[in-house]
Design a protein around this ligand. Structure first.
Ligand code: NBG
Length: 952
């Protein structure tokens, strides 16, 4: 997507409407009314409200009409010219932005409003301080005596939100006025991480806030630490969604994220006696100053019930009726881009009861039952399922999926209908991206609304659906490929099940035509997996409903084309394509590693690289510049010191700064092979124990850090955590070993921990069994922070090695094409790769060298029996060799640092800006729309000028 391509010219504009995100009561009410008793009660409630509104407006209607007429007359005579305004939306603006719902007895009242809202909040020290203390006093109701660091953080965040809202309102107003095409990113997870630092950097106000705060005695960095991580995601998939939001805003793409506002994010991990314990993460307990609650944006969402068929104009139609209704309420979080005035939105839904409590039970004196329904409704969005790369087939999870999809689809349709009347235009105005199959039901909901409510015929509806939806696959792991039982869907969403059968029926007809008699193929491609308990294959459904399907790294895409989606790839040869993942350099270099960011800016002589990572290539010229390299070394050392201090604070363990920091942080999973890492650590420990003190002195000291959460029900992953802790307990307290080897399990790995760990790492491990990690994204973050990678030829590692050069990585292990055969031979007992070294490691574990780790014994025994699905024993030897090479290279610090600098300078491909540009060009077909920026000298709301232009 070329920069600033096709800037909208402001032609053919419609009358500017109210700021886009807030539908009026009327609009929300216009959502199809559903005829069940519960609904009646809702609409009754609404009617009461509306009556009250009506009362207020009774004598205004005539006035409004008159105002509108006047404005129209005026405009027909006097075309409005834009004066000095950069706000292009006002070109040929047909009216002075009067809002018919207000009372304008004369235009002075309207003028007053525009005048009151004409300026932006100041960015000078005084204005910032004023707004912070105002929020302390008027929003938080604190006094100068109980104004804590946390209070100051909140007030500061509120003051930032005020400023964000200005650009957010302007952006949405502009997009609405221009009726632009928008991207909607549907994801059950957004792993945002802390927002304050990122926001200040993106809107370029960190310096202003730092100085303003310092002047009233507060340290901005300390406030950063007050923020709770909004952790509404499990791992890579959710974090990718967050990086995409940052890139979408930065690239000025009109885009909204849609998801769930869980009350509880991913659990907090606490280690007790070496075992993982899960503690709920009620991240909202201190409030969330970044979001805006939208009590007026609510949609009724139905569950259960039945479908009723009827005839209309000779056509059989269906209606979904009965069941249970819960409400979805919107919460918006502004998403500012880097160095742009554009500000996008993340809209998250919370579930509410359709009525506060059941009056019948209440009147009967059964108070508890009366609140039961409320609790049942609120339960839907109460907790994020903590599974990464595995599916949880619970009804509540399907409810979450449908709940958020239905609200989102309705919201998107409402927005579309505001400015458009022809359904054929929908794909020109909206692109909906399904982040994995979790939001798959959105496609069926969309179809249902088009057919049952909008009364489109099947062919039209299907075409619109297919041209606007696309789907990203994030895994080939069978345990993560979602299927839902036909029985469950029929019960919860009866109409959707009918539609899925219909989609499948038409599709199977096509397949039968193309491949007559090929039942095997039909079975494989069918959305329905036959059997005693029929299942709906959500991936098949997504592929059919989408015009594009993508994998997340070249190797992964090739694998889905050749394995799980082979038949689909044959049938739709242009549908499945690759979009290699990326990460935002704003969070992952600029915010996480500010010193490195400054050094790069100094070398490149400007900071443009933060928004255009291609420019970082120039850094290559400094790989051997002594002065530069020394600064590079110093920065890594300072980051290591910071991490060492954190480890001391969190775990009470002192780690040496002169050791090689070797880090593996990610969800704990057998395919990611943290087990292989710790087996190697044991091998290293045993080897050190064999040495004389003199020999030990020559060894490169290492600090091995492993961090990550295990899904609460994933027994083997939890066993691995216990083993790491048990090994740490012995090694870290072994006097012979001292500082030569330290083993740390870093608890509660999360986004903010990553921001400390990654900049301090020197070696990072991405060692999954080849073919199993779809992409990985932390590998990219580590490279961007000058860390070298030890890894297998899996996921995005392959492309990283193409970019940085294989010589600048430590690559080992079986390749994808070898895996099946090796696994087969291992399982058949035809191949035993367990050598003496590994056997000794197993013996040490089994004999109690690390205390009672019996929880891991079954896994060790099965490895010894050849039941080594993840090829740990197979790859162990080449892993040890790669590790030896790491030590040798680390001894040559000149070489090491050169490799580190080269890695950073060649990391441009892995910016999520590049990824998003590719999605925009080949999937979403959407342009970037920069909204005009108010000038620095004149931070004046430009739409006010239009008003005065109109008056003149
Ligand atoms: C994960 C993959 C990672 C990948 C992220 C983002 C799921 C289902 N998949 O390898 O395991 O980097 O998605 O694409 O969480």
């Amino acid at each position: 997507m070329p920069k600033n391509k096709k800037k909208s010219k402001g032609k053919n504009q419609q009358k500017p409407k109210e700021v886009e995100p807030t539908p009026t009561q009327e609009e929300v009410k216009q959502e199809p009314v559903i005829g069940v008793p519960v609904d009646e009660r809702i609409s009754e409630k609404k009617d009461i409200k509306n009556e009250a509104l009506e009362e207020l407006k009774i004598d205004t209607k005539a006035a409004i009409k008159e105002e509108e007429k006047k404005a129209e007359e005026k405009n027909s005579k006097k075309p409005i010219k834009r004066r000095n305004s950069k706000f292009l939306m006002q070109d040929e603006c047909p009216s002075p932005l009067l809002r018919p719902e207000f009372i304008y007895h004369n235009e002075d009242k309207a003028k007053k409003i525009w005048e009151l809202m004409q300026t932006y909040q100041g960015v000078d020290q005084k204005s910032i301080q004023r707004s912070i203390v105002n929020h302390v006093e008027y929003t938080l109701a604190m006094t100068r005596f109980n104004f804590s660091d946390f209070g100051c953080y909140q007030a500061t965040a509120f003051s930032m939100r005020d400023r964000l809202l200005e650009s957010w309102n302007d952006t949405n107003q502009y997009f609405t006025t221009h009726n632009v095409k928008r991207v909607y990113y549907l994801s059950l997870e957004f792993l945002l991480g802390r927002l304050m630092q990122n926001t200040l950097n993106n809107i370029n106000m960190e310096k202003n806030y730092r100085e303003a705060l310092l002047d009233i005695g507060y340290d901005l960095e300390r406030l950063y630490d007050e923020e709770v991580d909004p952790a509404l995601g499990n791992g890579g998939l959710g974090r990718l969604a967050a990086c995409f939001l940052d890139s979408l805003a930065t690239l000025e793409v009109p885009a909204w994220g849609y998801g769930i506002r869980y009350d509880y994010g991913i659990f907090k991990q606490v280690i007790r006696d070496g075992y993982q314990c899960e503690v709920p993460d009620f991240w909202l307990s201190g409030g969330n100053p970044w979001e805006i609650e939208r009590p007026e944006v609510v949609y009724p969402i139905r569950f259960y019930g039945y479908t009723e068929k009827y005839e209309e104009n000779g056509v059989e139609r269906a209606q979904w009726k009965g069941g249970e209704i819960v409400m979805a309420k919107a919460y918006d979080t502004p998403v500012p881009g880097y160095n742009t005035f554009n500000c996008n939105n993340l809209r998250l839904w919370k579930s509410l009861p359709a009525q506060e409590f059941d009056f019948q039970s209440f009147n009967k004196g059964d108070y508890l039952s009366s609140v039961e329904m409320k609790q049942r409704a609120e339960y839907i969005t109460s907790v994020l399922y903590p599974n990464d790369n595995s599916q949880e087939g619970k009804e509540l999870r399907l409810k979450q999926q449908y709940f958020f999809c239905s609200a989102t689809v309705r919201d998107v349709i409402r927005r579309f209908k505001k400015n458009n009347s022809d359904w054929k235009d929908f794909p020109k105005k909206a692109a909906l991206q399904l982040n994995d199959t979790h939001p798959a039901i959105a496609a069926v909901e969309f179809l249902r609304i088009l057919i049952d409510e909008e009364k489109l015929d099947w062919g039209e509806a299907w075409k619109i659906l297919h041209s606007s939806f696309s789907y990203t696959n994030h895994t080939v792991l069978p345990e993560a490929l979602e299927t839902w039982s036909v029985g469950l869907i029929s019960h919860l969403l009866p109409r959707h099940m009918e539609l899925i059968f219909l989609i499948n029926h038409y599709f199977m007809e096509d397949i039968a035509k193309k491949y007559p008699g090929d039942y095997q193929r039909m079975e494989e491609m069918s959305i329905i997996a036959e059997g005693d308990d029929k299942q709906v294959r959500m991936a098949n459904l997504c592929i059919l409903c989408s015009h594009k399907v993508n994998g997340v790294a070249e190797l992964h895409t090739k694998l889905i084309q050749e394995t799980i989606f082979k038949r689909f790839h044959e049938y739709f040869p242009n549908k499945i394509e690759n979009k290699t993942n990326g990460v935002t350099p704003r969070r992952w270099i600029h915010c996480a590693n500010p010193k490195l960011s400054d050094l790069i800016t100094e070398a490149l002589e400007d900071s443009e690289w933060i928004g255009e990572l291609e420019r970082i290539e120039y850094l290559e010229n400094f790989a051997e510049d002594e002065e530069f390299v020394q600064k590079w070394i110093d920065i890594k050392k300072q980051n290591k010191e910071k991490l060492a201090a954190k480890v001391k604070e969190v775990l009470g363990i002192k780690i040496p700064v002169n050791a090689l920091y070797d880090v593996q942080i990610k969800r704990i999973h057998e395919y990611k092979r943290q087990l292989m890492n710790i087996l190697y650590v044991i091998h290293r420990y045993l080897t050190l124990k064999d040495m004389t003190p003199g020999e030990r002195e020559k060894v490169v000291p290492r600090v091995v850090i492993i961090g990550g959460k295990a899904a609460p029900g994933y027994h083997n992953a939890k066993a691995i955590i216990k083993l790491v802790n048990a090994v740490g307990d012995i090694v870290n307290n072994d006097k012979d070993i001292g500082d030569i080897l330290k083993v740390i399990f870093y608890p509660n790995y999360c986004v903010s921990a990553a921001q400390t760990l990654i900049p301090a790492s020197e070696l990072s491990q991405h060692i999954s069994t080849a073919g199993m990690e779809a992409s990985g994204t932390s590998n990219m973050k580590f490279v961007m922070n000058g860390c070298l990678i030890i890894g297998t030829m899996d996921g995005a590692n392959v492309e990283i090695s193409e970019e940085v050069g294989e010589d600048n990585m430590f690559i080992f292990g079986a390749r994808v094409h070898e895996v099946d055969d090796i696994r087969h031979r291992l399982f058949a007992g035809e191949h035993n790769p367990i050598g003496k070294r590994l056997q000794r490691v197993f013996d040490a574990i089994l004999s109690g060298t690390f205390g009672d780790v019996s929880i891991i014994h079954p896994i060790i025994h099965s490895l010894m029996d050849g039941k080594d699905y993840y090829l740990v024993t197979e790859d162990f030897d080449s892993y040890v060799k790669a590790q030896n090479k790491v030590d040798d290279t680390y001894r040559d610090q000149k070489k090491w640092n050169m490799m580190s600098i080269l890695g950073v300078s060649r990391s441009a491909k892995f910016s999520s800006d590049r990824t998003i540009e590719e999605y925009c060009d080949s999937i979403w077909k959407v342009d970037r729309i920069p909204i005009p920026t108010p000038s620095d000298s004149e931070r004046v709301r430009s739409f006010c000028k239009v008003y005065s232009a109109a008056k003149n």
